[in-house]
Design a protein around this ligand. Structure first.
Ligand code: AZC
Length: 830
């Protein structure tokens, strides 16, 4: 750091950032002319986006510096959120809004010859995530900063985010997402690097007093390089850090020894192999496949992050015992579970602490969030793979397991079977490390993400652990969403209308203030303004639909939307079967009768994991149905079926505000929470949904007359499945008609969809599509009826919005802070 006598000069020269429209224009033009080396003669929208982003990045970075200095100076407890996914979406709009300078930018850009929407539209989404889990992490970062918490996110800087989805002949085709060609929102920290070791051997070395230390040596080293992404809070100078690690061959570009020996190719190959670690995001949502590279990613990221955290802690020269008073680490699902083992290794092998002392520190530091009960999503790694890649870590896992099982044995001396059930090592062929169990054993709190889900983990997958640790270790923190992005940014007109009626913008920081809207539900004038905004949002979506699919839809139709990852448990198949049923019903009507029907647009969007055959079939069916229905002259505007390609965060910002009804129709007990359900309601759309995940709490908050629930309850699912397999399984007659039609080839060759039909008719209907079909169809009739009475419908929407305060991620983060992390907010002093 700079010596005291010179600091005055620094302060005089301090960067200030721009203020006002003129200041912004100056900065923009400066960046165009100097940073980008262009001029008014060749500044296209891309260049204008780049320059605008650079101008705003400069603003953020000044606050970022201040925040980081402040946090270092205060040295209070920090939260570290470890997530393999951060589905951030675009940054510019968010930055402008959070620091309150969007109006300035809009005016400035307009004077300089650009429309702000076009400029915002130039940005690539930062799509470093699959779906709910990754987007939740992004919402949490926004809330942590907005609430002035000292918090860092840690993740991987994938060169390729989630693939881009194209639809060709009705089929999903995956295209790589090279999002980094220009990214002004990250700062490479070439001085912040960590060497990460893989493979090698462990040697025990005798120490004084009969003690032994383990020495992990040999193998290969890969370098982790930090890239920092500033996270601006809303209406506060707090700007937190998201640190993403990128992999590089250690020792620079390539191995000069090899190079000089003429082995150029292999020196470059080493380089590429190292870079592969952070090259791609695994495109699976709620599915785990034991790939070696994935385990490498996990350790690489966890080891680099812990090294960083420990280095920061050591600067304060505190006693190790104080580590949990300074550091809270939250594990976003089991992906970062190796952090538990790595911290134990650092404390015991490197810092020389006793095992028990180290383990106390470790377990007081970590919290684990579970996001799913689906067995196929629970991570397990073959023991042999862990042994090969991380030999010392496997030893530590065995020791953790040994001590844990000894404790269990003492507690339950008469129950031999419990040891097998809860062992971190599954005695299968091959043996597996059960990461969720390791995460539970190594954390002080375990939480689910909605009430039903948190109850389910306690009574099903983690039942034994509740017996062992008692119920207090397990808790619930119902998910939330950031109202800044999902209302203010996505739906500016609605946000403005609300602000004008309830006395300002405060609701964006305290969402419960929305309750002041409730009394306006009966106000005719207000309802009119409300409906106009919804209509305008539907026009905006209709435009996007036209652009992406060529299909014209009528904005006056009822917009029925299901956008989320394609998964059998989320039951897009139920939706499309319902759409076929609607189509057949319309076809069977006389033209007179048809005229009385309510026009509908069924919109689908979402990516299928590239290896998930059934999910891809579902996409194909939706498109096949669309191409028949959308071109049927009998039907016209009465029904349109749209598959919007490449659903992502920036498209969600256009889609969400345009729904009349959205579908959250998972088989009861399978969707841990869902978060798009919250986004849709917050934007004045109603829900058709099952009693699952956060739908249940949404119902409790907004009232059961403002939501359309249907279907079997989670407590009945097991029995129904059992009956399908061992009793009789009669298929719903209406669904049978749908299947017959599919098999007739109405939507393509009969065999195209035989797998989907067979899953219901012959293979046990695991997701209860037939069991719920009737009540689904009947409930859609209720939706139609309710929609006909627009006054009542809009009143329902307003009341629902007014009661959505609970679902802010701010509430959620405050719960984590209080009940899991034990931290308090600390504002940056200005
Ligand atoms: C998702 C859940 O499926 C979804 O219900 C929840 O809202 C979201 O997490 C956030 O908690 N889970 C995942 O995406 N899980 C995995 C392993 O991908």
């Amino acid at each position: 750091s700079i010596p005291e006598p010179q600091r005055e000069a620094w302060k005089r020269a301090q960067a200030k950032g721009f203020s006002g429209k003129d200041g912004f224009e100056k900065e923009l033009v400066r960046h165009v002319e100097t940073t980008l080396a262009r001029s008014m003669f060749n500044c296209d929208e891309k260049a204008a986006y780049s320059a605008t982003s650079l101008a705003f990045r400069d603003q953020l970075i000044l606050d970022w510096n201040r925040t980081q200095q402040n946090q270092t100076y205060r040295d209070s407890k920090r939260v570290y959120y470890l997530s393999l996914e951060f589905l951030m979406g675009r940054a510019l709009d968010n930055a402008m809004l959070n620091i309150g300078q969007k109006d300035i930018a809009k005016a400035g850009l307009s004077e300089l010859g650009f429309r702000i929407e076009d400029i915002i539209g130039q940005e690539n989404d930062a799509a470093l995530g699959n779906g709910g889990l990754g987007r939740l992490a992004a919402c949490f970062l926004d809330s942590l900063a907005s609430l002035d918490f000292h918090a860092w996110g840690y993740g991987l800087r994938y060169r390729y985010g989630i693939f881009k989805q194209e639809i060709i002949d009705g089929y999903q085709v995956e295209v790589p997402d090279y999002w980094l060609d220009f990214n002004p929102w990250e700062f490479p920290r070439h001085d912040v690097t960590v060497d990460i070791q893989f493979f090698g051997n462990v040697r025990k070395e005798a120490k004084e007093q009969g003690k032994e230390v383990a020495i992990w040596e040999g193998g290969e080293i890969v370098q982790a390089v930090a890239y920092d992404v500033p996270i601006p809070g809303y209406n506060t100078p707090t700007t937190n850090n998201l640190r993403l690690w990128s992999s590089k061959a250690s020792g620079g570009e390539f191995d000069f020894q090899k190079f000089n020996n003429g082995d150029y190719e292999s020196s470059v190959a080493d380089q590429q192999r190292a870079e592969t670690i952070s090259a791609v995001l695994y495109p699976n949502d709620n599915l785990e496949r034991g790939k070696e590279l994935r385990l490498k990613q996990q350790y690489f990221w966890v080891a680099a992050s812990l090294h960083d955290i420990v280095r920061r802690f050591k600067k304060s020269k505190r006693d190790w015992k104080q580590f949990p008073d300074q550091v809270a680490i939250q594990l976003n699902d089991t992906h970062p579970t190796l952090a538990i083992v790595e911290l134990q290794r650092i404390l015991v092998d490197i810092e020389g602490l006793k095992w028990e002392e180290a383990w106390d520190i470790v377990t007081s530091t970590f919290g684990y969030t579970n996001h799913t009960v689906l067995p196929e999503a629970l991570e397990k790694w073959p023991v042999g793979l862990v042994q090969h890649l991380l030999p010392r870590h496997l030893q530590i896992i065995y020791d953790i397991n040994l001590y844990f099982l000894q404790q269990v044995e003492k507690q339950f001396p008469d129950d031999r079977d419990i040891l097998r059930r809860v062992s971190i090592i599954e005695e299968s062929q091959p043996k597996m490390v059960r990461m969720a169990y390791l995460a539970i054993v190594g954390s002080h709190k375990v939480n689910g993400v909605a009430e039903l889900h948190s109850d389910l983990i306690k009574t099903t997958i983690f039942k034994d652990f509740v017996e062992i640790y008692g119920p207090d270790k397990f808790t619930n923190v119902t998910n939330g969403i950031t109202p800044r992005r999902w209302l203010h940014q996505a739906n500016p007109r609605l946000s403005e209308l609300i602000a004008s009626k309830i006395g300002g913008n405060d609701f964006l920081k305290d969402l419960t203030k929305l309750n002041k809207l409730e009394s306006l539900a009966e106000d005719k004038e207000f309802r009119k303004e409300w409906s106009e905004i919804k209509y305008a949002n539907k026009v905006r979506l209709a435009k996007l639909i036209k652009e992406l699919t060529g299909v014209t839809v009528n904005p006056a139709a009822l917009f029925d939307i299901q956008v989320k990852r394609i998964h059998e448990y989320k039951r897009q198949q139920l939706n499309i079967f319902g759409v076929i049923h609607r189509y057949l019903t319309l076809k069977a009507m006389s033209s007179e009768e048809r005229k009385k029907q309510l026009p509908r647009v069924s919109v689908f969007g979402g990516k299928a994991a590239p290896g998930y055959w059934m999910a891809k079939q579902i996409i194909h069916l939706i498109n096949a149905v669309g191409s028949v229905v959308n071109n049927d002259a009998d039907i016209g505007d009465l029904l349109k079926v749209i598959f919007l390609p490449d659903y992502n965060v920036s498209k969600a910002e256009i889609i969400t505000p345009a729904s009349d009804i959205s579908e959250h129709i998972s088989t009861a007990g399978t969707e841990a929470s869902g978060t798009s359900n919250m986004k849709f309601v917050l934007n004045g759309g109603l829900i058709i949904g099952t009693c699952d995940g956060a739908n249940i709490e949404i119902t409790r908050e907004i009232g059961d007359n403002n939501i359309f629930l249907f279907g079997n309850l989670s407590e009945d699912v097991e029995d129904l499945r059992h009956a399908h397999n061992y009793g009789s399984h009669t298929i719903d007659p209406d669904l049978n008609r749908v299947f017959d039609e599919m098999e007739k080839g109405t939507f393509g060759t009969p065999h195209d969809f035989s797998g989907m039909v067979a899953a219901v008719r012959h293979h046990g209907d695991y997701y209860l599509v037939s069991d719920d079909f009737h009540s689904y169809i009947e409930t859609h009739k209720l939706v139609d009826e309710a929609y006909r009475n627009q006054d009542e419908w809009v009143a329902k929407c307003i009341v629902a919005v007014a009661r959505m305060g609970f679902f802010s991620s701010d509430r959620c983060i405050n719960e984590y802070a209080e009940s899991i992390w034990n931290v308090e907010p600390l504002a940056v002093k200005s």
